[in-house]
Write a protein that binds this ligand. Sequence first.
Ligand SMILES: Cc1ncc(COP(=O)(O)O)c(C=O)c1O
Length: 327
Amino acid sequence: MKDRVVHLSFDQAVDRILATRPDFHRDYLAMYSSWYGGIVTDPALMMVPIDDHLVHRGDGVFEALKSVEWHIYGLQGHLQRMKNSLAALSLPLPMGWEELTETIVATVRAANEPNAVIRIFVSRGPGGFSVNPYECPASQLYIVVSRFHGPPDSKYEEGTVLKTSRIPIKRDYFARIKSCNYLPNVLMRKEAEDARVDFTVSVDEQGNLGEGPTENVGLVTEDRRFLVPRFERILRGTTVTRVLELAESMVASGHLTEVGEMNITPRQAYEAAELMMFGTTFDVLPVVRYDDHVIGTGRPGPFFRMFLTALREDMRHNSRMLTFVEH
Ligand SMILES: Cc1ncc(COP(=O)(O)O)c(C=O)c1O
């Protein structure tokens, strides 16, 4: 039988890497790699060594944030969450925090795109193929900037559909770390795609609502209370955290009666005046159906619009925005 698996020379392998141009590479704009010691802009070179424990054990943490019109939004919140995740895994950042910010800015500048998604990964690093993190001499940093594609306008205008997930919810310790060990989240997203809904949401063993695969959920009750599930078995989203802060002024103005965290059952969500999802890429999206229950009027509601407007205003005027290109 003829041997069909060829051995490649070094040059042949490099030629093949450079010749591989799948369509999805079009959106990859820039990558910083501490392993390379610099930034590359050719997507064919945006690679991570297979012996990095990030790849074969999911041993690493990540953050996803975005730039809006040449400003990075919410950097401090994302970096603080990354700091917590790193501490939980005893994973050292391979540089100082100031240098990290400089490196993020340099990578976003290299991407030269006003609206982009910035993904930051800190990995255990290359060093053999066992599960033992002590095999790896040095942690690594990878930053990838890609073109931003938000959801279509119809999702904001007509709303989204939610379904209860059947994927077991993570234990609190793991739920609160944004690690690269995202198999339950992946399966939840797959569940949503297979069921042709926009999101599925986890429910814990006590019957309390958790979160979507990469987004938080919240509701407004008939008596105008803005409630989100307690951040115990879920990741504290930077978006919902900011909306909770911004909503305080809506309590002061009398639009809302209360803002709070509490255990919420799916039944309470079915009966909400408004149900919403919160996440970095889309900000806020209204949910108009959940497990075949129509939510509120079945149309995006006034609080969804208030929250979205408040967030978008925050992106335009917040002094905490980090400008990476002056115009
Ligand atoms: C599990 C999980 N929950 C919630 C969120 C929402 O967080 P943020 O608002 O910071 O995007 C994310 C974000 O990726 C997530 O991965």
